[in-house]
Design a protein around this ligand. Sequence first.
Ligand code: N01
Length: 862
Amino acid sequence: MSFTKPDLDVIVVGAGFAGLYMLHRLRRQGLTAKILESADGVGGTWYWNRYPGARCDILSVDYSYSFDKELQTDWQWSERYAKQSEILEYLNHVADRFDLRRDIRFETRVAQAAWDDAASLWRIATEDGETLTCRHYVMATGCLSVPKDNEFDGIEAFGGEVYSTGRWPHHAVDFAGKRVGVIGTGSSGIQAIPEIAKQAKSVTVFQRTPNFSIPARHGPVADERIAAFRKDPEAYRQAARYSKLGVPGPVAMEQTKTVSDEERRRRYEHVWRTGELQPMFAQFADTLFDKAANDTMVAFMHEKIREIVDDPETAEALCPTDHPIASKRPCLDDGYYATFNLPHVSLVDLRRDPIRGIAATGVETAGGLHEFDVIVLATGFDAMTGAVVRVDIRGRDGLSLKEKWADGPQTYMGLMTAGFPNLFLITGPGSPSVLSNMAVSIEQHVEMIDDLLADMKARGREVVEPSAIAEEVWTRYNDDAGNLTLHVTANSWYMGANVPGKPRRFLPFIGGVDSYRRACDDLKAADWMGLHFRGKGETRPDDRIVRPFRPDVTAMLEAMAEAGLPPLHTLPPADLRATMAAVGEQSPKGPEVGEVRDGTFPGADGAPLRWRLYRPDTPGPHPLTLYFHGGGWVIGSEVSDDAFCRDLCVRSNSLIVSCDYRHAPEARFPAAVEDALAALDWVAKEAQALGGAPGKLAVAGWSAGGNLAAVAAQHARDHGGPALSGQLLITPVTDSDFSRPSYVENAAGPVLTRELMDYFWDHYVDPADRQDPRVAPIRATSLAGLPPAMVVVSQFDPLRDEGIAYAEAMKAAGVPVTLLVGRGHMHTSYSAVDVILSGAEMRAQMAQALDGFFEPRRHAAE
Ligand code: N01
């Protein structure tokens, strides 16, 4: 291995927003760099997409560079949403202002890029036969830059003009007096159609999938936004950098179902009137996650479309019904729907009347020939990966990037990919990119690459590459984030579904610009976690993982960090209870159940204790589960796991009776156990009166409640009943041994820490009593004869291994046990209903386990 001096330190491909800023930064730190650009001018997307109506759909004030104070105050946008020509003018201005052109080679297309491991450099071959070498190679090729290949037979035989929105000619296209067919109704089609209709003799729109669009309300720059920007540009930009979409604005906390119909309507009207996409996502927290919530916005949009479009049949055809709103990119328009009221504009619904091919005189559909002088293809792009794999990129040992990505792209943070040292992707798949304000995301990636290269230079590091494991975990994290949303249900270009044969994988990172940026900040602060380095005299392997948790677990942890709660183990019990009750108040309430009833039962000391019953909205009697809440024997009550109990009730179609017990330190061991046994005794006697089906009684509990449920099951076995159908133990405490690996690995949490467990144990029980099986049920003389069990544990929980140990010990004793290990989950994941959405799949399995306890024969048959 050597470090041969290359022609250039860095070659950048593409002179759009990303490439221009990258070049500027690299030159500023003294690296030699050049941009290779296939066009004859700068601008990238804004160079190619010159079709009528082309504009940005992020407010101009937000869709611009922030790196230079003077640039951002000198440049004045003329409209809320800048036209393509003005954005191109801006990018030309930037190129001139920072004297970038002298390092850009225009009309130069890269054909191949090959990593030479022996020399530690890239060999870049251009289509005109030249080869250049560089240490680092940056693809700044854009996410939407390669138009899809033509999919229509016979197009070459068409006698008229054919234009593609993504490769619009530089001369003005004259539509006057012409019959025009437009294929495609994505953002490009929706922007172009009203403009073309202003000139053409007739316009026929071929629509395969209707899209959601709101009026852009073009006009002068939005006053309040520009005022906020002018007042404090840096604060404004910083808010954008740590926002969800890269645009400053509020974050939705409420769920759609929690407000009245009128209020919901008022908010949707507000979205419609603002003419911005960002507020669409800022009304309710569940719009992108919950189909029923999303449907309310869909219904509103349908109403609007029906109100605008005169012909009912056309209006219906324009109403999207096959995908949730925002699961495909929503559009901004300038009179799109009203265009269909013009006498010379018509719609062909390709779902009913598909295209057969293109003939010499027009477009042939099943219904006949539509004759045209001009055909406009607005059929979209091979998004996110198209431009990258179009270049034959070969990494170490000749590995082809196209082959590596055959089943979908794998990247580390959308920035690098293993096996391809010193290759960088700006806004690559796995980063927020197209789900954000691109200007913000581009700047962040450029700055990250620039910082990394500066750091490498300073430390004599020549080669960098992500570790395979870091990449694998990030790719899964990206998949996990996508899978939480409704996006994965749509056939969109986000999923690669628009290109025949392209593998389906949710391409961009949907966890938010803020969350992504924090991950990058953490990675950098930890000396470039997950990156292997090689340099003169140094090799640094690094397999650390930047985001090991599920994305929604990460989001919850970030929200908690923002709330600034003190370490829980430092709070006296009264304060801890008050804090957790306040957190509970803020949490989503869980699903509706048929009935909620409260009452009391006699505790072990004779004093009444409270219970809450959850009844499904189905005819009874129902099987009944006695539930014990979590809280380390110190906090919580019969209602503290309310949302979780509701969820379990609905999913399992069974009665859940949550019974309270006395808490430490006021009532130390064995008070909680004795109350749990009193609850079991009472529930068994009252089961039928409560609506329980005879002979169908189970116990369940979470955490300390899981401990009590396990103890109750042992007690029932040893003391003549009641007969239990099963036990559901959720992240239970089963032992007082703190030496298992999970206690060590997860000593610092998340949330449940070793210190907090010590706090709970010390309040609950004397060290001398901790071997008692009523404290540590795993220490019972025998576990044989216990009812069937499901034990649920979390990967990142100090209690993980004792849960697994209890499951295995029961199994060894002949008890039927199902063990569920929640990947990427923490101790509090499953009770966080409607917050940690990925916990739902675990809760579904818990409910199924309950059903299996009560209906073993049916489950055996399945
Ligand atoms: O492409 P698209 P686009 N037969 O893929 C249809 C950004 N952008 O260029 O949905 C018939 O969205 C296809 O139908 P279907 C923005 O992020 C931004 O419009 O696949 N029809 C669809 O209707 C946007 O999302 C702005 O069933 C076919 C259309 O063609 C992204 O670029 C402006 C077909 C393609 O829509 C892409 O937008 C423009 C076929 N064989 C673009 N193949 C701004 O405002 C495809 N279609 C900043």
